[in-house]
Design a protein around this ligand. Structure first.
Ligand code: GUN
Length: 282
């Protein structure tokens, strides 16, 4: 039997609808959420993401500004722009698309954003707040995964949850959110021994590896929920980390790529920006 497809497009449309309703109510108080998106350089994947973020802002009724800076922008110039945006009252959220060019320190960029405008939730202040379970913003991709699990009534409580990948953006915060929801969480990575066996114990398996066809059917427990966070290209086509066709026959729930976690990530960015606007409005 095939797995139930977890439809991120459908869930996203629903959440964006409720964000738009709230934005319309805020309008009466003269509040309009504003997001600034910065992109440095010409990375084609980043350009697609940034375009999708701008579209999502329109759909949700947000004010948005886009800053497309050339590859040779200096760190000082970028930090200068972030400083201006930190002080701009029309802007509630600031997102600098990663990766930035090699001559710019990613951490310096993250540290420069006012934590109250850090809608990625990458600033150490926000990372710390997530760790202790008292946060304003959740990191977008893990938050999108949690919302998808909730929509399909999949409760991590007491379950074996295995996250493959330990990035600051996805793997580590994903593990933390599953832990907050009482999952028994294991983080696997490139040095993990017996990776297949560990994954095959998972009731909820989250793949955030960045490698095409990394998760095969022998790594999946019968009836598991498999969440594919991968965004890879295979012969020019967008695909995830999971061998969809074979895992589809073994899992109970599975996210497609595209149309699974991807749309949820941007929707969570919108949710964070709305939250920032409400915090700034008081
Ligand atoms: N690059 C890939 N994913 C992300 C993300 O969630 N936020 C930012 N700022 N850059 C990214």
């Amino acid at each position: 039997m095939s797995a139930i497809r977890m439809d991120g497009k459908m869930v996203s449309a629903k959440v964006r609808g409720s964000i738009l309703d709230e934005v319309n109510r805020l309008k009466e108080r003269g509040v309009r959420p504003g997001l600034a998106v910065i992109i440095v350089g010409e990375d084609p994947a980043s350009q697609v993401y940034v375009r999708n973020k701008e579209r999502a802002c329109e759909e949700c009724g947000f004010y948005s500004e886009k800053y497309a800076l050339p590859e040779e922008t200096t760190q000082e110039q970028l930090l200068g722009l972030i400083d201006e945006l930190n002080r701009n009252p029309r802007i509630d959220g600031i997102l600098c698309q990663l990766p930035v060019p090699k001559h710019i320190s990613e951490q310096a960029v993250i540290d420069a954003i006012d934590p109250s405008k850090d809608v990625d939730a990458f600033h150490p202040v926000n990372v710390g707040k997530i760790m202790v379970g008292n946060f304003d913003f959740l990191p977008c991709t893990p938050a999108g995964v949690m919302q998808l699990l909730d929509e399909y009534n999949i409760d991590p409580k007491g379950k074996n949850c295995v996250v493959i990948g330990r990035s600051n953006i996805v793997g580590k915060p994903m593990a933390m959110l599953l832990l907050h929801r009482h999952g028994t969480v294991t983080i696997c990575h490139s040095r993990t021994q017996n990776l297949k066996e560990v994954c095959a114990q998972a009731d909820i398996l989250v793949a955030a590896v960045g490698k095409v066809d990394f998760v095969t059917a022998d790594m999946v427990k019968e009836g598991a929920t498999v969440i594919d966070v991968g965004m890879n290209r295979k012969n020019g086509k967008l695909c995830g980390d999971v061998c969809f066709d074979e895992v589809n026959e073994k899992a109970a729930y599975l996210t497609p790529v595209p149309g699974g976690v991807g749309p949820m990530t941007i929707t969570m960015l919108m949710k964070n920006t709305l939250k920032a606007a409400k915090l700034h409005a008081g």
